[in-house]
Design a protein around this ligand. Structure first.
Ligand code: PMP
Length: 454
């Protein structure tokens, strides 16, 4: 009864993110009640393996006592401190220093935000400030990649290249440009890595020329692995090649590691394994493992120093009430301890097991492609493997596949085009990974029986 009334309250008053508002009114909410490790329990007592770590964020898994204790202690001691007026808190200073120590290259300066979207927004503001400080205000055009996701603010959603984030919102803005994704499975040049890299490099150069040359371009944004676009893994060397173009043409290279950061792909940051250092890097999600909100922008020495010198004695007018929130920072420190104390290592082993398990599903009639790195993976479903025919919209892949998996005790991400995404907590056991794969097979078999599929 209690649950029913909550469902009514939700239906009447709670506006859900990235949902069909009318669709949600019809289906109602599924209330989650509790969680431990990699398992979530809904309000009816149904237990499920969380194959998506919430929203690719609960990297450390649920119910980590050290994280709960760190947050509680900080709430008692100092629940809030502003960073304005040069005030601060112990956990924020400690976390910034530890993150700078771990970050690639000279990304030595950390600006804390509330999540990923405002981290991306901050980089746009910093990039503009940077070019103004260098006396090059005409460098005010920004480029990102098709299928990319960079948040849900007006600026970030414009850099994002997913139709639902533009339609009806009058986006993208006229200074926001896109080049094609590397998307190996459906790339018109085929899946040869060198051909994909050469085409992307040529396209980036052509786009820069089309905009008016490097003297007009402020920054280029990439996700080391495109997440919301369907877990698209670039060929080895793609990121480095794009970085090289930006270095050559004096364009800021900004890596959006909101999903890939904090062990999701194996190392603490995915840029490490690409062997590159971005000019700025955005993170969120795994930074606090979803226990409390927080994001962080990492600035390289030269970006930081240029802005600092450009401002001189004046304030750099960019700040949030909750920048460097002490409770979030305390959680960040506790989560970082877990990553260092074996969680990254476990994630790497479990990620390899997950990818191997999903590759074992390649013989299934619906599986067209299996891809991933670390604890980030996807399978792309097709009705004809030769023609790579996507699942028909009438089969409602995003809702029906999600529902079937849910019944089978698995939370996964079902994208509209028939791509299933995985991002389990890094604390998963071997048995849990095997169950994720097994429940996926069950879900695929049921999907094959859907009369709307063929
Ligand atoms: N960038 C990327 C790459 C993301 O995946 C996301 C969120 N999924 C964001 C930015 C925005 O982060 P948030 O939802 O925390 O605002």
């Amino acid at each position: 009864m209690l649950s029913n009334s909550l469902i009514e309250q939700d239906r009447a008053h709670l506006v859900h993110p990235v949902a069909s508002w009318r669709g949600h009114e019809a289906t109602g909410v599924r209330l989650l009640k509790s969680a431990k490790g990699a398992t979530v329990t809904d309000a009816t007592g149904h237990q499920l393996l969380d194959g998506f770590a919430g929203l690719w964020c609960v990297n450390a898994g649920y119910g980590q006592e050290s994280v709960i204790e760190a947050a509680t202690k900080q709430l008692r001691e100092l629940p809030y401190a502003t960073g304005y007026f040069s005030l601060g808190s112990e956990p924020a200073a400690r976390l910034a220093a530890r993150l700078a120590d771990h970050a690639p290259g000279d990304l030595n300066h950390v600006y804390f935000t509330l999540g990923g979207s405002d981290a991306v927004d901050s980089t746009v503001r910093f990039a503009r400030y940077y070019w103004n400080a260098r006396g090059l205000p005409q460098k005010d055009q920004f480029i990102s990649v098709q299928q990319g996701y960079h948040g849900s603010s007006t600026v970030g959603a414009g850099l994002t290249a997913l139709p639902a984030f533009h339609a009806g919102f009058s986006l993208p803005l006229d200074w926001q440009h896109k080049i094609s994704s590397h998307y190996a499975y459906r790339n018109p040049v085929g899946n040869d890595p060198q051909a994909i890299i050469a085409t992307s490099v040529a396209e980036l150069r052509a786009k820069i020329d089309q905009i008016g040359g490097p003297e007009r371009v402020a920054a280029f944004y990439v996700e080391p692995i495109q997440g919301s676009g369907g877990v698209l893994v670039p060929p080895k060397g793609w990121i480095a090649a794009m970085r090289a173009v930006c270095t050559e043409l004096d364009i800021l290279f900004i890596a959006d590691e909101v999903i890939t950061g904090f062990g999701r792909t194996g190392p603490l940051f995915a840029c490490e394994e690409e062997g590159i250092v971005p000019d700025m890097m955005t993170t969120a999600k795994g930074l606090t493992s979803g226990y409390v909100p927080m994001g962080a922008v990492f600035l390289s020495d030269h970006v930081y120093d240029t802005i600092a010198d450009g401002a001189g004695a004046a304030a750099v007018g960019h700040g949030y009430t909750y920048s460097a929130h002490p409770v979030s920072a305390a959680v960040g420190l506790a989560v970082l301890d877990l990553y260092e104390d074996g969680l990254l290592e476990n994630g790497r082993r479990m990620g390899a097991r997950l990818l191997a398990g999903l590759q074992g599903l390649s013989d299934h009639p619906l599986v067209g492609d299996v891809r991933g790195r670390g604890m980030l993976a996807a399978i792309e479903l097709v009705t004809d493997k030769q023609l790579k025919t996507p699942l028909p919209a009438v089969a409602q892949p995003s809702t029906r596949i999600f529902d079937r998996a849910w019944q089978n005790g698995l939370v996964l991400r079902a994208f509209a085009q028939g791509v299933i995404g995985y991002a389990p907590p890094l604390c998963c056991t071997e048995a849990e990974i095997d169950q994720i794969v097994e429940r996926t097979r069950q879900t695929l078999d049921q999907t094959l029986d859907d009369p709307d599929i063929r």
